[in-house]
Design a protein around this ligand. Structure first.
Ligand code: SDX
Length: 425
């Protein structure tokens, strides 16, 4: 028997039974109850308890600390898959077979170059522009080079532009980094895979071929897989919201880049490094923790809207930290992070609020060990998340139930009043 919610509103004498499907009720059903102020609606700042869509891409169980892409556990994908394999999975719902993967890898390789005029856009930024700002503006600029992206209802045009964007994001990110270092751009090298090529475009100097330790390339691959998608987070919701008014992929993803930049979201990995540096030593951790408990500062990299358990990605990253440090040497800030985590997992303040390390708590330590400056950390989040944003964009525009996003509000302003002439004010 279908589950029901029986609601009675004594004020109007209205009684209704609302169908419960997928542990939700349709919010519009509440409009049957006319209360003081009009038809009943819900008020949910930050959409803490509101589902915006039906999605089959990513599943999270926050209490159990579970994350699955199209049903596959993140731990298994991080162990065995490549990032492009995962990107295909997110977009197509299945793991690619050998010929599909080869064809996909070739398509991505063919589209890695940036339009030459985009270098003029990059040149227009101040030398110290934040690379996320460059990424956001340049992602939107892609639309002026690929206007066929507006034909998003055409599966072929859509697939081509998704491949273009996934292929170009590493190149754009590397160019933004090289611009900040006043170094010449390094063109993509077709001999390299997705992550090796990314490292080469970032760090190649005068050597003829860029050599990277296979273990470091794999560490980047794992980090990319872990960051690829995460259901309806803030930046994905931004992508979907901008898609709802009929925009192309590039315009929507540029909005996602902007949302991700915020320190409460993707910008947290950069903020964690800044926090660890400010604490400086294990001896100063207790004083910092007192500041957190007093509400003066937040422990960046801790807490999550959904995970009320250890973020499964943080677990995988923590292992990758050990692997990378074997090669690069241990970052002294690691012991500060480990001391913070010890408090975070035992102190009543954190335990009572079910705050655990999230994906951003350890990732910055790896990025720094790989040679990235903190301002590049969120860029390293945006590059792989482009695959998730593209999959979510595609799911949104092919969902017949979706419509333009336009929430209600609770009006708290003045009641109607008449204009007052300037000389009477
Ligand atoms: C990402 O949504 C996603 O899926 C995002 C992401 C993805 O892959 O897309 O997983 C990536 O954004 C990870 C989160 C990175 N952000 C940070 O690490 C920033 C620090 N954490 C927070 O600011 C916070 O935990 C959020 C923003 C992540 C979640 O905020 P919520 O769910 O709105 O929780 P809240 O702010 O209402 O906090 C509940 C309580 C509050 O205390 P009380 O008012 O009840 O006394 O917990 C406290 C908060 O003050 N709290 C923290 C804290 N996080 C929450 N206190 C200290 N330090 C923290 N980090």
């Amino acid at each position: 028997m279908a589950d029901l919610l029986q609601i009675t509103h004594p004020g109007s004498g209205t009684e209704r039974e609302l169908a419960i499907t997928d542990a939700t009720i349709r919010a519009t059903e509440l409009r049957q109850f006319v209360v003081e102020g009009g038809p009943l609606a819900t008020y949910d700042p930050g959409y803490v308890n509101t589902a915006s869509c039906r999605s089959s891409i990513t599943y999270i169980d926050g209490d159990a600390g579970i994350l699955e892409y199209r049903g596959y556990p993140i731990e298994q994908l991080a162990e065995s898959a490549s990032f492009l394999e995962v990107a295909w999975l997110l977009l197509n719902g299945e793991l690619p077979n050998a010929s599909q993967l080869a064809e996909w890898e070739q398509l991505i390789t063919e589209h890695r170059m940036l339009p030459d005029k985009l270098k003029t856009v990059l040149a227009g930024f101040p030398y110290d522009a934040h690379p996320m700002t460059i990424l956001m503006a340049s992602t939107a600029a892609f639309y002026s080079f690929y206007p066929d992206a507006q034909n998003f209802t055409d599966p072929e045009a859509r697939a081509l532009n998704i491949a273009r964007l996934i292929a170009k994001m590493p190149t754009l990110a590397a160019f933004a980094y090289r611009k900040g270092k006043a170094k010449p751009y390094i063109a993509p090298d077709d001999a390299y895979g997705y992550c090796h090529n990314f490292l080469a475009m970032l760090f190649k100097q005068a050597e003829r071929r860029y050599h990277a330790d296979e273990r470091l390339i794999r560490a980047v691959e794992v980090l990319f897989i872990l960051h690829a998608d995460h259901e309806q987070n803030c930046s994905t919701s931004a992508v979907r919201s901008v898609a709802s008014s009929g925009n192309d992929l590039y315009t929507c993803v540029s909005a996602g880049v902007g949302a991700l930049h915020g320190p409460l979201h993707g910008g947290a990995n950069e903020a964690v490094l800044k926090m660890l540096r400010e604490i400086g030593t294990v001896e100063r951790v207790p004083e910092f923790i007192e500041g957190v408990k007093a509400g003066r500062v937040r422990m960046m990299g801790f807490g999550h809207r959904v995970y009320k358990n250890y973020d499964p990605r943080a677990r995988v990253i923590k292992k990758a930290v050990d692997d990378v440090f074997e090669i690069t040497g241990v970052n002294p800030l690691l012991e500060v992070a480990q001391e913070l985590e010890k408090y975070g997992l035992t102190d009543e303040y954190f335990v009572s609020r079910r705050l655990y390390p999230n994906v951003d708590f350890y990732s910055g330590l790896i990025y720094e060990a790989l040679g990235f400056p903190p301002e590049m950390f969120t860029v390293l989040f945006a590059v792989p998340r482009t695959a998730g944003w593209a999959a979510q964009y595609q799911e949104f525009i092919t969902d017949p139930e979706q419509k333009i996003a336009r929430p209600k509000q609770i009006y708290t302003g003045y009641a109607r009043r008449d204009y007052v002439p300037l000389d009477a004010r």
